[in-house]
Design a protein around this ligand. Structure first.
Ligand code: AKG
Ligand code: FE2
Length: 251
């Protein structure tokens, strides 16, 4: 994995271009259930197998074949979730239209601190910023809304230390410790990412020449299209009840 380390981003984040093929990308996009979307004001999402309960517990159930093959197979080859207690047991699917984003946030203690994000459909810039450490302890005790507001303020204060990571379609972005707990990540609500170049983009040297040449020829700009992201994680708290009911709980 060392060759994929993003040297200019907070340790330890990795970027793998062309993690899946175009045919695999299309197959996954066509397999996403059309009737399970939850629409938020700035994006829509669905969780597979289900969303977490109010206590951040997952009713465990196997992921469907169109997520296992080839993505989870390749995670296994690279030992990405080798230290995760359950391996990957959850996938969050987010869809962003051009102009939509997600405010700076951290994924938090509900998950084992390894996140693998596969991007589909469009290129986008992810902003990664160091947390303001003074408020960290407070943030962990605050309810969501207040916490998001404080995180947004932090984001503004810490803009100087932010890293921009360009995520292409079919790429994999891997976030592990210490980046998982020391940074926030967000996507600006813009239709076009600007000022993209070797200085401003932390993973520029990991991008294929076709991508960097396209962006350079376009004056450092990238017009966004609809992007779907698959965020794979290990939810720490698992209830096996669902599996037992449907007879999958036993070996
Ligand atoms: O869409 C992305 O790449 C980020 C999604 C994200 O941060 C999340 O769902 O927690
Ligand atoms: Fe996140």
């Amino acid at each position: 994995m060392d060759e994929y380390l993003i040297a200019n981003a907070p340790a330890s984040m990795f970027y793998i271009p062309d993690f899946i093929t175009e045919a695999e990308e299309q197959h996954i996009l066509q397999s996403i259930p059309v009737n399970k979307w939850i629409t938020l004001s700035h994006r829509r999402l669905q969780a597979i197998p289900t969303r977490l309960s109010s206590t951040n517990t997952l009713l465990a159930s196997p992921l469907p074949p169109w997520l296992v093959h080839p993505i989870l197979d390749r995670f296994k080859d690279l030992a990405i979730f080798a230290d995760a207690p359950h391996g990957v047991n959850h996938c969050l699917i987010n869809e962003y239209l051009p102009g939509q984003g997600i405010m700076p946030h951290e994924d938090g203690a509900a998950y084992h601190p390894v996140v693998a994000t596969v991007s589909l459909g469009s290129t986008v810039v992810l902003d990664v910023t160091q947390k303001a450490s003074i408020q960290d302890a407070d943030l962990d005790r605050n309810p969501d809304a207040q916490r998001e507001q404080e995180q947004q303020q932090q984001q503004q204060q810490k803009q100087n230390t932010s890293s921009r990571i360009l995520q292409e379609p079919r790429s994999l972005l891997l976030t592990t410790e210490p980046a998982y707990t020391t940074t926030l990540h967000g996507i600006a609500s813009t239709r076009e990412d600007l000022d993209l170049n070797p200085i401003t983009v932390a993973n520029w040297n990991l991008l294929p020449a076709s991508t960097t040449q396209r962006i350079e020829a376009n004056g450092g700009r990238n017009l966004r299209e609809t992007r779907v992201s698959l965020t794979f994680r290990d939810v720490r708290k698992v209830s096996k009840l669902g599996g037992m009911v449907f007879g999958k709980g036993r070996a």
